[in-house]
Design a protein around this ligand. Structure first.
Ligand code: NAP
Length: 235
């Protein structure tokens, strides 16, 4: 029996990932920072609710206790993420970005990922086949964002792609430090969710595909990599 925690799973890609992994036989802890939204989502899917705000040490520590009491953890999916937007849902570019904007984004996307990863490492180390999936973005790719005529090139935001590049680096360094675990970063693709004001072009079913696949990586699967549904991505 595989037990999986997905942060930020009350909606969007995390919610769809929960649905798919439950169908695949996983026991899923559906992470939500809001108990009410989480309870509704967990009941709908047949998941276990764990309240977890990835920016809050006490909340994360309480979540570890809940999951440990439930029997431990095999798969951690760091999915919770934000993209700071300005007026009219516009991306905040280099002319407007501030240190505070950067801090808010990094608090969730980067420090939240590290906080949750570190807190759950003791449980993961007790698993026979531990797996971590860090939900990154194609915009994390310095190659992509700096190559003209690619989808990422025209994206003007600063905080969000910088935070996801950091997530990729964290993925590589943790993968080397914990070779007994499969630790990978994934790019779901531009998906219609609240994150982007539902402007994405993929469905959540399409976007969750690579998250679900990497969550099921076996002991011989890749680690320290960056993937989308088509294969390996350039850093
Ligand atoms: P979403 O629908 O906005 O879902 C984001 C989830 O993260 C929500 O459940 C949200 O909770 C949660 N969250 C935000 N801050 C949190 C915190 N501090 N603690 C716990 N949960 C928190 O967006 P999504 O598109 O599914 O995003 C999921 C992941 O995919 C993110 O990491 C995002 O960067 C990544 N991604 C998305 C796309 C895309 O096109 N959609 C593309 C590439 C990567 P609330 O409901 O409480 O706000």
């Amino acid at each position: 029996m595989t037990t999986t925690l997905i942060t930020g799973a009350n909606k969007g890609l995390g919610h769809e990932t929960a649905r798919r992994l439950i169908a695949a036989g996983h026991t899923v802890y559906l992470g939500s920072r809001d108990a009410g939204r989480g309870r509704r989502a967990a009941d709908e899917l047949g998941a276990r609710l764990v309240v977890i705000d990835t920016t809050d040490d006490a909340s994360v520590a309480a979540a570890v206790e809940v999951v440990e009491a439930g029997g431990g953890l095999d798969v951690l999916i760091n999915n919770a993420g934000i993209e700071e937007r300005g007026e009219n849902n516009t991306v905040i570019g280099a002319a407007e970005v501030t240190a505070d904007t950067m801090r808010g984004t990094f608090e969730t996307n980067v420090f939240g990922t590290v906080r949750v990863l570190n807190a759950f490492l003791p449980l993961l180390r007790r698993s026979a086949a531990p797996v971590v999936v860090n939900v990154s973005s194609g915009l994390a790719s310095l190659t992509g964002v700096s190559t003209p005529d690619t989808p990422g090139y025209g994206y003007p935001g600063v905080a969000y792609p910088a935070s996801k590049t950091a997530v990729n680096m964290i993925t590589v360094q943790y993968a080397k430090a914990f070779p007994e675990m499969r630790i990978n970063a994934v790019e779901p693709g531009f998906t219609k969710t609240d994150l982007n004001g539902n402007t994405g072009i993929q469905t959540v079913e399409q976007g969750a595909e690579i998250i679900v696949r990497m969550a099921q990586a076996g002991p011989d699967g890749p680690t320290g990599g960056f993937f989308d549904a088509e294969g390996t991505l350039p850093w």
